[in-house]
Design a protein. Structure first.
Length: 541
């Protein structure tokens, strides 16, 4: 029997190392491949009620940890105590019972993000609600992410056009801004936000609509409006409906913000509408009181300000070296009897970069959008306007505010001063110009032409009842008669004297034609029909 070594087994019979070194190497290799004992954190359900579960035994779970229950349901750690966790369920609580096992997944709550979500109706966890397949996404992000640092941000200088003349001319919104829509119930807040979403069909902006505690019928009207008039293939609908568990309603805006950040971090612009944060605050209060957190002002927990601040601070414009993407937030808040000094509206006004205030009296008077120009403000304003639009909209707000005051005094008696009469007549035309029915967005060029014509007195000889018809026909009129002027203003954004004169001349020609054909009566009937439809629909589209 031969004891000759084989020639090609250097690991079995090492030639260059001693026997002891070879044994050490073998032991290390064996240690790496051997099965190691593992400890798994398991807790127990000690109490469950109202979507809140008390869990014992998971002493190492962090705040916000994702928990799995033996029944298959999931939840997250809402508050921690030395020997107890208050967890919020993300599914119905019927399947969770006392004594069930609870597993700490070792992860925080995450949501799927990516292009596959575009055009879909999903819940805050990314599960489909539109009878379609589960979106195939390859990436997930935590719902809680830090806001961009100041050094990572850029100036808000590019406009986000809503197509609503009153907003774009008086309270311009920039890409990366946070503008609060606040007012009483059913005053057109959601309607304006949806019009802004629809107007992005002609831009490169991706839109996200978040419903928190809303009725399913109201959300269905929003979805139908975007599908009929907008670009639904570039919109994500994230729904935490009133029938959903409170946990889903609570995470809805945070989940949607993470979805928006996926596109922002790739250099794209996103518009997110949060409808609404008053109901979100109520859900937060409900969860806080159920988990025994001490109430503060108006029974809201003390962290309610921080809750919404850390959410809205994530909306920003990134610096060019980080891609230059942006998230523009339009949060909606509800007031009671027009009380802007309420706790939640006050918090949100101090967080955001301005507010558009809706007035129930204006809404009842069929003035749409029912925006109070005296209380509304955009802290970015003209810095985010196109230069041409900024040039022609400078005095409109002041003239309109003066008209509203003068109109109030005319209720007490007649006005004999010719100058005051002329001012009131001009104000009535400004109001007719700023009144705009649903789904009739105006492009930047059309807005510039209308405001330039208003400043030059072109509309002074036109009956206010004919102005809606003028606005309806103007886009097609300019497209047919002045395509070169449209192209120049669209490309340069600035307005020179020659271009201004050309646009004013075209508006004057259209106004003259309407005045000679007596289009005022038909326009008035059209405006009444539009107001009736908008009034019947109320807050939702």
């Amino acid at each position: 029997m031969s004891d000759k070594r084989p020639e090609k087994h250097p690991e079995k019979y090492p030639e260059d190392t001693g026997l002891e070194d070879w044994l050490e190497t073998s032991r290390a290799r064996l240690a790496r491949t051997a099965l190691q004992p593992a400890a798994e954190a398991i807790g127990r359900v000690s109490h469950v009620a109202d979507g809140i579960v008390q869990v014992t035994g998971l002493t190492e779970a962090p705040l916000g940890a994702l928990l799995r229950f033996e029944s298959g349901s999931s939840g997250f750690a809402r508050s921690l105590a030395p020997d107890l966790i208050h967890a919020v369920l993300l599914d119905e609580s019927a399947s969770v019972e006392v004594g069930q096992k609870v597993y700490d997944t070792g992860e925080v709550l995450q949501v799927p993000v990516g292009e596959a979500l575009l055009g879909r109706i999903i819940d805050p966890l990314g599960r489909p609600l539109d009878a379609g397949p589960v979106p195939k996404t390859s990436e997930r992000l935590p719902i809680e992410r830090p806001a961009p640092e100041i050094i990572e941000r850029d100036l808000v200088a590019e406009p986000l056009e809503t197509g609503v003349l009153l907003v774009d001319s008086l309270f311009a919104i920039g890409r990366g801004q946070r503008e609060l829509l606040v007012g009483d119930h059913a005053t057109g807040k959601t309607a304006l936000a949806v019009d802004a979403i629809i107007n992005q069909k002609s831009t490169d902006v991706i839109t996200i609509y978040v419903a928190i505690g809303q009725r399913a019928s109201a959300v269905e009207r929003v979805v139908a409006a975007v599908r009929d008039h907008g670009a639904p293939e570039r919109c994500i609908f994230v729904l935490g409906l009133a029938s959903s568990p409170p946990g889903l309603q609570w995470i809805a805006p945070f989940a949607a913000m993470s979805m928006a950040e996926y596109f922002r971090d790739r250099g794209q612009d996103v518009l997110i509408v949060i409808d609404d944060l008053t109901l979100h605050a109520a859900t937060h209060r409900e969860l806080a009181l159920l988990t025994r957190e001490p109430p503060g002002r108006e029974a809201y927990p003390g962290d309610i300000f921080y809750l919404h601040a850390r959410l809205l601070e994530r909306a920003a414009k990134l610096a060019p070296e980080l891609g230059g993407g942006s998230i523009t937030a339009l949060p909606i808040a509800q007031t009671e009897a027009g009380n802007l000094s309420g706790y939640i509206p006050t918090n949100l006004i101090s967080i955001t970069d301005g507010q558009i205030v809706f007035d129930s009296h204006l809404f009842s008077a069929d003035q749409r959008p029912a925006v109070d120009v005296g209380l509304s403000v955009s802290r970015v304003g003209g810095k985010a306007q196109a230069p041409g639009l900024r040039m022609v909209s400078g005095r409109v707000r002041l003239d309109y505010a003066q008209f509203l005051e003068l109109e109030m005094f005319t209720r007490f008696g007649g006005i004999s001063n010719p100058r005051v009469k002329a001012q009131i007549a001009r104000g009535s035309r400004i109001r007719a110009l700023l009144t705009q029915p649903r789904f009739s967005g105006l492009g930047m060029v059309d807005q510039v032409a209308l405001l330039a014509a208003l400043a030059d007195g072109v509309l002074d000889d036109l009956a206010p009842e004919a102005i809606p018809e003028l606005k309806r026909q103007l886009p097609g009129w300019l497209g047919a008669r002045a395509p070169d002027a449209l192209r120049e203003l669209t490309e340069q954004k600035a307005l020179n004297d020659a271009l201004r004169d050309r646009l004013v001349a075209e508006v004057r020609a259209l106004a003259k034609g309407l005045a000679t054909t007596g289009a005022g009566h038909g326009a008035e009937q059209s405006a009444e029909r539009g107001a009736a439809v908008s009034g019947a629909e109320g807050e939702a589209p």
